[in-house]
Unconditional design. Structure first.
Length: 376
């Protein structure tokens, strides 16, 4: 209706849509769209040459890459030149812009930077997930095998966001209560439980063994127990039959995945599964590492651009992420619940970001006031 009204009234109107490459990062689309020149920029334009030179300067690489990205496919070659730089800022900015332009030239650089620099991790993973390319998906699958918990789970979420049907992250919905994924079989064992955005258990590695003896209740209806000399676990549910409580027991391998599946077969929900993991961890019955909500966090692109001006090594940015609380850093762009998750996202308070400038010559910050001219 508003569109038709604007046409009738003869008002200037610009209609745009978010390209598929930006489906996981709408904020970047807004940044780039504001830098699209109204007049065509030729390959030999002084403006383009200036951006190409600024791209190779660490303190200006992020803003230059965004503006080159706004110029479209013709920016591929100078961005590929940026991949050869020794500066991590230049390589990051170039590889990220190439990904959103639809090119996988910087996929390996994004994976390497995601592993080395926590401050760039969420941006690199989002860029890899945004590009529908086998090379990028393979890089994410490999990152799921790395030892860093946030990197492993962040790569998993990124790959799942890119393609839920990908064999490396395919999971099942259990009892209409939670998602269960068994991934990265040839990697160190780790159990990850996500509770605040998506009810989900991700099991990394081929097995997540349990060691007895232990015995603990789960809620009011379940008990999990194991003897020290037996490689099996007994899961018991107290069912009601003819008005009387009747124990129903099943045995399974002494493995987290096997116990979770057995709990589900007996009617267990996500509540019992989370309690089982917590109690097993407290009882020191788990040989695998346990992580909760270990999503990667990072700084906004505005903050990164500001830090790049004074720190060519990225050390300061990594330190900022390491010491910041969860509320002080920015969630990954792909880290949002979907309709398939069937859970409501918890309200969060996003970190304040500088406002976009209406002056297309600058990317970040509020519009600068112009001092009135002195009266003559």
């Amino acid at each position: 209706n508003k569109l038709a009204e604007a046409k009738v009234q003869g008002k200037p109107l610009v209609v745009s849509h978010v390209p598929p490459a930006y489906r996981l990062n709408h904020g970047r689309f807004l940044l780039v769209a504001r830098q699209v020149p109204l007049n065509p920029v030729t390959p030999d334009s002084p403006y383009r040459k200036q951006l190409e030179n600024e791209l190779l300067r660490p303190e200006m690489a992020i803003t230059a890459a965004l503006k080159l990205e706004a110029l479209g496919p013709d920016s591929r070659q100078p961005l590929r030149v940026g991949l050869q730089s020794e500066s991590p800022w230049v390589r990051f900015a170039s590889a990220e812009a190439l990904a959103y332009l639809g090119h996988s030239d910087g996929a390996r650089d994004l994976a390497e930077l995601a592993e080395k620099h926590p401050s760039l991790r969420s941006h690199c993973l989002t860029a890899l997930a945004s590009l529908d390319d086998a090379i990028c998906l393979d890089q994410l699958a490999e990152l799921m095998k790395r030892p860093d918990p946030q990197l492993r789970y962040g790569a998993f979420v990124a790959l799942r966001s890119a393609s839920e049907a990908h064999e490396a992250v395919r999971g099942v919905r259990v009892n209409d209560s939670f998602w269960l994924h068994h991934v990265a079989a040839d990697s160190p064992p780790m159990v990850h439980v996500c509770t605040d955005r998506r009810a989900e258990v991700v099991l990394f590695g081929s097995l997540q063994p349990l060691k007895g003896p232990f015995s603990f209740p789960l809620g009011q209806d379940f008990t999990v127990a194991a003897k020290g000399d037996e490689p099996r676990v007994t899961v018991t549910k107290i069912a009601i039959k003819d008005g009387e409580p009747v124990p129903v027991s099943k045995q399974c391998l002494a493995d987290v995945g096997a116990v979770v599946k057995t709990l589900a077969e007996l009617g267990g929900t996500f509540t019992e599964v989370v309690e089982f993991v917590r109690r097993a961890e407290t009882a020191d019955a788990l040989a695998a590492a346990v992580q909760y909500d270990a999503r990667p966090r990072g700084l906004s692109v505005q903050q990164l651009a500001q830090i790049a001006g004074s720190d060519p090594s990225i050390e300061r940015a990594d330190l900022e992420v390491a010491r910041a609380g969860q509320a002080d850093v920015v969630p990954a762009s792909y880290d949002l619940p979907t309709e398939a998750d069937r859970v409501k996202a918890q309200p969060t308070t996003p970190a304040p970001e500088p406002a976009l400038n209406r002056d297309p010559g600058r990317l970040f910050g509020s519009k600068r006031d112009v001092a009135p001219s002195a009266e003559k």
